[in-house]
Ligand binder design. Sequence first.
Ligand code: DGJ
Length: 521
Amino acid sequence: MKQEKSMQDTTIPHLRKQGNALQLIVDGEPFLILGGELHNSSASSMAYMAPIWERMLALNINTVLAPVSWELLEPEEGTFDFTLVDALIQDARTHNLRLILLWFGSWKNGTSSYVPGWVKQDYHRFPRIPIRDGRSAEVLSTLAEANWQADATAFAALMQHIRTVDSTHHTVIMIQVENEVGIQSDSRDRTPAANAAFAGQVPQELMEQLKEHQNELAPEVLQSWMAHGLKASGTWEEIFGSGPDTDEFFMAWNYARYIDAITVAGKNQYALPMFVNTWLRHPTNKMGDWLHGSSLPYVFDIWLAGAPHIDFLTPDIYVPNFSEWCERYTRRGNPLFIPEMFPDVSGARNIFYAIGQHNAIGTSPFAVDGIEQPETAPLSQTYASLKQLTPLILEHQGRNVTIGVLLDKNHSGFTWRTEQFELNITLDSMWRAAAENGYGLIIALSPDTFIGVGSGFGISFKPITPGPALVGLRSVDEGTYDDGKWIPGRRLNGDETDQGHKWRFSPSGISIQRCTVYRYE
Ligand code: DGJ
């Protein structure tokens, strides 16, 4: 992924490479986001928020994702009100929590419902898009300079303010620019400006980027381009053919350019890491159901070309095939961060996989303020265990020594090769019940010592280097980490390790275990 290093100030939260991972650095140290996103309207009232902070702590969340809306920040043009932002930062600090602010500016879930009233009402100055049936949608056009200028002015004011109140505290660690952009109900913007741009040449910056990354492009863009002769220049339809796919490529480019302009305005004031989030296209969606132009995997390369100041693209994963989406959002050096996912037990399981398998910067289930009984919720248990393991996870990220586990009946096992062993990881099936779900993560601390966390899976070992042919469990301990120090609990043997044949994570709860193996003959 293209990194714009020029704007990176390493004294504030920033991104840094470790091996093949990109880590978020906060106060000079790698930081793992155990996050949670609030319901959309919660942070618009600090009184409403008052009881929520303790619930975040009960969930073992360390970072709250909270919207800041353009309409409340700039109720009158040029008049900014930072009261809510200041209170949010103050309350987060009091509870020792970090914040990721979500800029609900021009678009939220594709519509422009969070723009100030003075923007909404002045639709001549701030054009919306007419869609195919001639109706006007409450969606600001990306092709109107007045739109992005006004948004960029407000966003820059926000970032300048955050710099003033937070550049020495670092309570705010990242920013999401807009929220799930794209056009629904039509494949592209049909304003006169958009029609003219669509009839014009594909910008050379995009063509150059496609050429440079031709070997790694998403197949959809590459195939359309190839099918029309791999031309170096031409109109959108000359390069990619005519049809809804080309419309979508066009929209992706225009959303990316618009958001990049806003991002630059914000980063010029205070250059925190900034990302965009994506409403994923469900497999059953028909044309017009999803947000056309959103940063979906098949237009990923267009987004990377169009928004070089955005640090990474992220998926909001509410659709099936969690692992596949993680895979698709880790192309071209894009680090995985999941700003939205289910807050229930499925989300709590998937988090381990994202972090263990893909070196995720972090995860953030949505609507966490609505979770009933936070103290005992699955998310609280997941984050409690990951909190203990955070120093180890961060130390080993990007070094190819960690794996995520996500098993069910349709995908009941896989193998993982480490330096000296092949681990066969399967759904746990000991004694009275076969597990229906297996989830967790494993770190190879050294060639023969492993730390694992999770539930419902078992591991057997096979050697893959010369030497004695058999592998035994030398010891398996369950335990906890207290401030980075291992405190062993039960020594696991007998049924708990299938009489020494398997390193097991019982389905009855989440455990943290340390296992050492040896070879014999
Ligand atoms: C995705 C959006 O990004 C959120 O703000 C929220 O609207 C959820 N969908 C609701 O499911």
